[in-house]
Design a binder for this molecule. Structure first.
Ligand code: NAP
Ligand code: ZN
Length: 352
């Protein structure tokens, strides 16, 4: 089936309307009529070839929600009409140790297949993402959405921003009695603030933007620190159990490692185009501090996060755009001018 989509033909070309082909649903596939798709900074890194290996045409989008429009014969978990979401991956080997543990994002077999720019037998030989009218995905990689339908647009960002912050918060046992920092109040970490707060941690938001101070409090931060202000930073030296860092630009990590208490961990999830300067080893060894990384989350924890958010009334703060404004949205995201996630109204694809 041919559907309308938006994508780029090269790193230096703007996104334009494209026709793409979706496979007919196989026995284990779910076909989804996409209602909304969030705009992640990874979309921008990929479409502009800020990371190596982008295949063109590139159709980004991995925060996709909508309704099931058809299911394969062996699909039991979903039926036509269900509200569902698809995040950053659409397949994995299903046989390695990580897949067995429900951590498909770390698949050691064939590797996880990204929702866009991943290997596939479907035309054109790499996966095409959610800036499109429909998508066909193996059922295992589809999540059930139980939020009220009128919140669906604001649920879309949970599929990447939500799970990418949820997974490390859970892995490092964030909860009551823990002091947690979140760095970079953009798409990911505005969810990080909401989730850390909902999990019961003392949550501190770090921002470079003075004008986000009030918003960060409203999102659930107990304290807000403007990271450009050295005196404010000094008040927190040696005090954090965990700091989650989603900054999409190269910066000095020592600024944050020195804020960790003994055995504290700085978890990097931002993947900037250019690497960070080498961190101070002394800052780490002197307090047995660690720097770690984390990538999205597995399908079981994605469902756990969606259910937790539905139960606690948690959604993203969004600004809705028609697909025709995607270049403008990218430009604003590049200057940290997003409150706090752009979401594409997929109905706008009908008019391309
Ligand atoms: P975003 O909405 O652009 O947010 C990034 C935030 O970082 C900005 O809003 C800004 O917040 C802060 N920031 C930007 N430049 C900075 C600088 N030079 N110094 C300090 N802070 C700066 O991006 P996003 O969608 O949240 O994505 C963030 C990163 O995570 C991207 O690199 C993305 O590719 C990556 N990512 C990783 C995974 C994973 O699985 N690990 C998944 C999804 C995305 P303030 O204004 O508050 O300072
Ligand atoms: Zn993403």
């Amino acid at each position: 089936m041919t559907v309308n989509a938006y994508g780029a033909h090269a790193a230096d070309k703007p996104l334009v309307a494209l026709d793409i082909v979706r496979r007919a649903p196989g026995e284990h596939d779910v076909q989804i009529e996409i209602a909304y798709c969030g705009v992640c900074h990874s979309d921008l890194h990929t479409v502009r070839s800020e990371w190596p290996g982008t295949l063109y045409p590139c159709v980004p989008g991995h925060e996709t929600v909508g309704r099931v429009s058809a299911v394969g014969a062996h699909v039991n978990r979903f039926k036509e009409g269900d509200l569902v979401g698809v995040g950053c991956m659409v397949d994995s080997c299903q046989a390695c140790a990580s897949c067995d543990e429900g951590l498909e994002q770390y698949c050691e077999g064939s590797g996880m297949v990204g929702t866009y720019n991943g290997p596939t037998l479907d035309a054109p030989g790499h996966t095409l993402g959610g800036y499109s009218q429909r998508i066909v995905v193996r059922d295992k990689f589809v999540g059930k959405v139980s939020h009220p339908e009128d919140q669906l647009a604001a649920v879309a960002p949970l599929l990447c921003a939500g799970i990418t912050t949820w997974s490390p918060l859970k892995h490092w046992n964030v909860g009551p009695g823990k002091k947690v920092g979140v760095v970079g109040i953009g798409g990911l970490d505005h969810m990080g603030v909401k989730l850390a707060h909902a999990l019961g941690a003392h949550t501190v938001a770090f921002t470079t933007s003075e004008n986000k101070r009030a918003d960060a409090k409203a999102l659930g931060a107990d304290e807000v620190v403007v990271s450009r202000n050295a005196l404010e930073m000094d008040e927190h030296v040696g005090s954090f159990d965990m700091i989650l860092n989603t900054v999409a630009a190269s910066h000095d990590l020592d600024t944050y490692t020195r804020l960790l208490k003994r055995d504290g961990v700085l978890v990097l999830v931002g993947v900037p185009e250019h690497g960070h300067p080498s961190p101070s080893v002394y800052n780490l060894v002197s307090r047995r501090r660690a720097i770690a990384g984390s990538m999205i989350g597995g399908m079981a924890e994605t469902q756990e996060m969606l259910d937790f958010c539905a139960e606690h009334g948690i959604v993203a703060d969004i600004e809705m755009i028609p697909i025709q404004q995607i270049e403008d949205a990218y430009a604003r995201m590049s200057r940290s001018d997003v409150k706090y996630r752009f979401v594409i109204d997929s109905a706008s694809l009908a008019t391309t």
